[in-house]
Write a protein that binds this ligand. Sequence first.
Ligand code: ABN
Length: 178
Amino acid sequence: MPRMIDRLFNLIDKTSEQSTRKAAQSYGRRSFLAKAGTVMAGAMLAPVLPFDRSLGGAAFAGTLEDENDCSYWKHCALDGNLCSTSGGSLTSCPPGTEASKVAWVGTCRNPADDKDYLVSYNDCCGRATVPSSTFCLTSEGERPGYRMGLHNDINWCMANTNKGYHCTVSVVLGVANG
Ligand code: ABN
C-alpha cells in the first residue's frame, strides 16, 4: 500500500513539473515574440514618425558685417530671398512690391552688445522673384511643419491681395525681454 501512495505522489510530481516547465517555456517564448514584434514594428515606423528635425539648440553665430549675406545677425530666422539683393534694402520692399500683412518673428542675438532682439521677417509681395537674389534659410527657432504656427517655410503674402512672393526684409522690432 505505501508503494502505491509513493507512485501516486511521484506521478503527481512529474505531471505538475512537466506542466510548469511547459507553461514557463510557452509564456517565455510568447513574451519574447511580443517584445520582438514591438521592437520590429517600432523600427519599421521610425522613418515615418514626425521627429523634430530642427537644429534644436544649435546656435546661429551671426555676423555684424554684411547685410547682403545670410550670416548677418538680423537674418538669423529668415527663410527667403534677401530684399537687399532683390532691388530693395534690409528694411524696405523693392519698388512694385508691398510688405506682407502677416510675418514671421524671430529672436536674434546682436554680436555687438550680446543682447537678443525681436526681428520681423515680412515678405514683399506682388512681383516674381529675382533669380539672382540671395536665398537664405537660417530659420533659427523654427519647428517642423507639423508644429503649425512655429513653421517658417510659409508664403507670408497669403493675407495680401497680391500673394506673389518676391523677397523678405528683416526689421528689428525691439529688444527681447529675457
Ligand atoms: N517666407 C518666404 C517663403 C515664401 C514662399 C514660400 C516659402 C517661403
